[in-house]
Design a protein around this ligand. Structure first.
Ligand code: AMP
Ligand code: ZN
Length: 110
């Protein structure tokens, strides 16, 4: 979608190192981390937010949590603290669905 910063990252218009990339999603470090480890998991499809999800996204959502598990392992978070956060409404600032993986010590609210 035009003018969407995450679509621009996904299509390479804005360069970004991906922690993980598959056919349907990418993961990259948050530019303004709220925790020791703060990774965004982002579907390649432009989905605005939680409100736009439906049953057609079932397998995408499973894939997202598979990616979370992979990133948890890769970042040695299994025995540390970690959370997955999805903001919506006024708490969501980038209108392209994304999942925050936050690990270790929290610095601030996402
Ligand atoms: P939210 O408030 O849930 O929409 O979160 C948006 C997140 O995207 C924030 O944590 C921002 O720091 C992060 N963010 C915005 N622009 C970029 C970017 N160019 N690269 C990485 N993270 C970004
Ligand atoms: Zn987008």
């Amino acid at each position: 979608m035009d003018n969407c910063i995450f679509c621009k990252i996904i299509n390479g218009e804005i360069p970004k190192d991906f922690e993980l990339e598959s056919e349907n999603l990418v993961a990259f470090a948050d530019i303004n981390p709220s925790a020791d480890i703060h990774i965004l998991i982002v579907p390649k499809e432009h989905i605005g937010g939680i409100k736009d999800l439906n049953r057609s996204h079932d397998s995408l959502l499973s894939e997202i949590y598979e990616a979370v598990n992979k990133l948890v392992t890769e970042n040695n978070l299994e025995n540390d603290s970690y959370r997955v956060v999805v903001n919506g409404g006024k708490a969501q600032h980038v209108p392209h669905l994304h999942f925050h993986l936050l690990g270790g010590q929290w610095k601030k609210m996402v």
